[in-house]
Design a protein. Sequence first.
Length: 401
Amino acid sequence: MNASTAELRFRYRGAHPDGRLERGKLVAASRNEAQRILLDRGMQPFEVVQEKTSPWRANTIPVAELALALRLLADMLDAGLPLARALHLLASVAPLRVARALPAVLSAVREGKGFVAALAHAQVQVPAEVAGIVRAGERGSGLASAVRQAAVLCDDTASTRAALRGALAYPMLLAVAGVASLGLLVGIVLPRFAAILGDLGQTLPATTRIVLGAGDVARAGALPVTIAVIVALIVWRHWTASENGRRRWHAALLRVPVLGDVRLGAAGARLCASIAALLASGVPIAAALRSAAASAGDDEITARLLRARTDVEQGSRLSDALAKHDATSVLVQRLVRAGEESGRLASMLSHAAQLERDRVLRRLRGAVRLLEPAMIVGFGGVVALVAAALLQALYSIRPGT
């Protein structure tokens, strides 16, 4: 599991005020929350270690399938069915990956666990904000309405991801086709053409010699470059596997023109939607900020939001705290301020989430519209140069020489 999942398992060792030592396991959304839980128990933790979950055991459910399952579950709960009975019926109509996980969830519910605890017990990974909304419903705001709000949130996330994939599909296809074409020319066509001209004993034009030389360099450097890229990826993966390294990487991405704005906007949309849903479920603002922080998908933005949460706990307004720590875009900050002044914070956060989502998609589509012709011109220019050099060599061949 990773930090973006709803529930993580931790091993801990700690000491009670009377000196008694205790070790055990607990479930929390993050290591910081696990430490807070232990402190609330009156224990001083001195070791909190996340347990590694085998990918063969963890149940990762696509967000679109999770949205459908939650919507069906909300309908059943609204009809007056108890949770256990609703889960039993859901197993027959839910998407396959959800249905596979439901027996373990249902077993935990029948043992007396709440829905969120049952999901954690069955090692079903759900977003942290979804778990927070459902947990708030279990504590009094109404499980059916909370599950429906979680479904709406998952629907928004799924639609945003689908739009992003759709916008990037053509550039990715174009890149693959371009690289494949250049590989065919450099790896097959040029070597054979060079061999034919060598057998004929012809003097090649300068442009042809340059192209053939570039092809030789590309072939000779392909293996070293591939090895260097693999080593760099391994080093990068190792660096970003640590909390500090991942946060520095995300902070660097936020400073990249266009990309940083898109990441900030996308994270802001997720945060606003999560906080709005949590507030609508009756979760206090400080707790909502803590639960929503994991939904940002960016460790640097998560850290900024947690610092803003500290300011809110100390009496600052949310809009001021967000602006102080640059946790969201200016648009979100202005809408949050309007929500605070009008007393409609949850609805304004929902509105901000939609506006940010639309803005990010517009920026991304605008960038893609510029990227597509640039890639076409770039790959087409290289292919045309190679073809022109080969044709020039053909035209320069003199029979009988």
